[in-house]
Design a protein around this ligand. Structure first.
Ligand code: GTP
Ligand code: NA
Ligand code: MG
Length: 472
């Protein structure tokens, strides 16, 4: 396949920003879904990816008279958490993306994680657009559902426009303090030098057409070289999920290249590298009950949010795309690590080595000789968060063992060994993982009376739930 300007892949766009600025709500508004209200504590705890086909973007931006042909096949949007605990997920998300939307609450201006996100983007030299969200909260705002922002602004009273101007000026100043020049996009005469601000409301949709159009046009303009399609696979495992009737599947973000049914792949596993063959490449079926747009492809990395049901099968899938992969032997795959395809000229041993790098770097941080609790989580990302948290001076709980995925008998055995050395460390702190019946049984035999109820809030200020029934 030749690299050319006529063969572009979909750009990957990451949504970043401080907690509760409206990142997930913005995506809900574009999709016509309501993921945000279903979130525990309204806090996003993982990375999710949604694919927007070009025709949906065209539809949504029609009022801006931008019928001009889009050169990219679509846009893959990645939602990230804004909570301070999830620096690693933000870092991973920003590492995956070609362009970002930095969401700022117009009523709050720049906040801690806005600045952290900004620094991640600067570090990687990533282009970004500022969504100045929640304009509907300006006092006296007149709703103009899904209107382009300039049209919506014209309908506002002088008071609203004055408050808007004042807040925008303040926020532009705050960006300047961070060393960045920004301007409202419709006033920006030096795009490229000066970063664009798009005022939006994720509740009533003002400014959403502008944001979508700017995203696509800006990536097409500045990232053509980067978006030229290549055959080199760039792929990250986001979730490992057991699906009824399908066994364990992995949800991945394919950033570049093509995946085929039958490809031999290598992924990182808790028990070592996993070499397997793609049995099925899946994306969810079209959703009919979408409000605004006929979304033909919609994908949640968080499978629990996805309507359960059948999937579309594909012989091959082209980047960028969120994909569910069905293959044998994925039970111990580790989320947050890279997926590799074994090509005809590749040495499997080299690839196996490469897949294990991320995992090894986390493992190295644990002192396995000392006394401490065992920690178990659903993804490498959440495991990293738990470890950071336990290490923090206020908590300071030593860790002797870690694992990713469901709690099995062997995990309980390991924790039991700690009972003899230091009773209080005979504990498994588990986040977002299942406990097998055998494991539960073994735990009961060894310490039913020691079972402690730990409320998520007590141990975890970020409202992550530590499943009380898996704290032994
Ligand atoms: P985290 O994922 O936890 O970082 O938060 P988030 O940035 O995804 O914010 P979220 O979408 O969860 O929205 C936070 C709160 O702000 C929710 O109660 C939303 O309903 C509200 N909200 C989001 N966007 C808007 C908006 O444009 N206008 C108004 N009035 N409220 C909004
Ligand atoms: Na939130
Ligand atoms: Mg969110």
């Amino acid at each position: 396949l030749k690299r050319s300007e006529d063969n572009l892949r979909s750009p990957i766009c990451c949504i970043m920003g401080h907690v509760d600025t409206g990142k997930t709500k913005l995506l809900d508004c574009i999709r016509g879904t309501n993921v945000q209200e279903g979130e525990a504590g309204e806090i996003t705890q993982q990375i999710g990816a949604t694919y927007f086909p070009a025709e949906n973007i065209r539809e949504r931006t029609r009022e801006l008279k931008a019928d001009a042909k889009l050169r990219v096949p679509g846009l893959l949007v990645i939602d990230t958490p804004g909570h301070e605990s999830f620096t690693n997920l933000r870092s991973r998300g920003s590492g995956l993306c070609d362009i970002a939307v930095l969401v700022v609450d117009i009523m709050h201006g720049l906040e801690r994680q806005t600045i952290e996100s900004l620094n991640l983007l600067k570090m990687r030299n990533t282009e970004f657009i500022v969504a100045l969200n929640k304009v509907d909260r300006l006092f006296g705002w007149k709703t103009c559902k899904n209107k382009p922002i300039v049209k919506a602004m014209k309908r506002q009273s002088n008071d609203v426009r004055n408050e808007f101007k004042m807040r925008v000026t303040q926020i532009i100043t705050q960006f300047k303090e961070q060393g960045l020049n920004t301007e409202l996009y419709y006033k920006n005469k030096e795009m490229g030098e000066i970063f664009n601000i798009v005022p939006t409301s994720a509740i009533s949709g003002e400014g959403i057409p502008d944001l979508l159009l700017l995203l696509v046009k800006w990536t097409e303009k500045t990232l053509v070289e980067k978006l030229m399609f290549t055959n080199e696979i760039q792929c990250t495992v986001l979730e490992v999920k057991a699906i009824k009737g399908q066994g364990t599947t992995i949800d991945v973000v394919l950033a570049n290249g093509v995946l085929h049914e039958g490809d031999q792949i290598v992924v990182c596993g808790t028990q070592g590298p996993i070499v397997t063959t793609i049995r099925a490449l899946l994306t969810p079926h079209p959703m009919r009950d979408i409000l605004f747009i006929n979304m033909s492809k919609i994908f949640y990395a968080n499978a629990s949010l996805m309507p359960q049901g059948s999937y579309l099968h594909h012989k091959e899938l082209k980047a960028a795309q969120g994909v569910k992969i069905n293959a044998q032997g994925l039970d111990h795959a580790v989320a947050g690590t890279g997926l590799y395809v074994v090509g005809p000229d590749d040495d499997v041993e080299d690839i196996k080595e490469a897949t294990m790098q991320d995992m090894k770097s986390v493992m190295r941080r644990i002192d396995k000789s000392g006394a401490g609790v065992c920690v178990q989580a659903s993804t490498l990302g959440s495991l990293e968060v738990l470890l950071e948290f336990l290490k923090s001076p206020a908590v300071n709980i030593p860790v002797s063992g870690i694992n990713i995925g469901p709690v099995h008998k062997s995990d309980v055995r390991r924790a039991c060994a700690m009972l003899e050395r230091k009773k209080e460390y005979g504990t498994i702190l588990a986040f977002d993982v299942k406990v097998s019946p055998e494991a539960r049984e073994l735990a009961k035999e060894n310490g039913e009376d020691k079972k402690r109820e730990a409320s998520g809030e007590a141990v975890f200020p970020c409202r992550l739930k530590i499943m009380p029934d898996c704290v032994f």
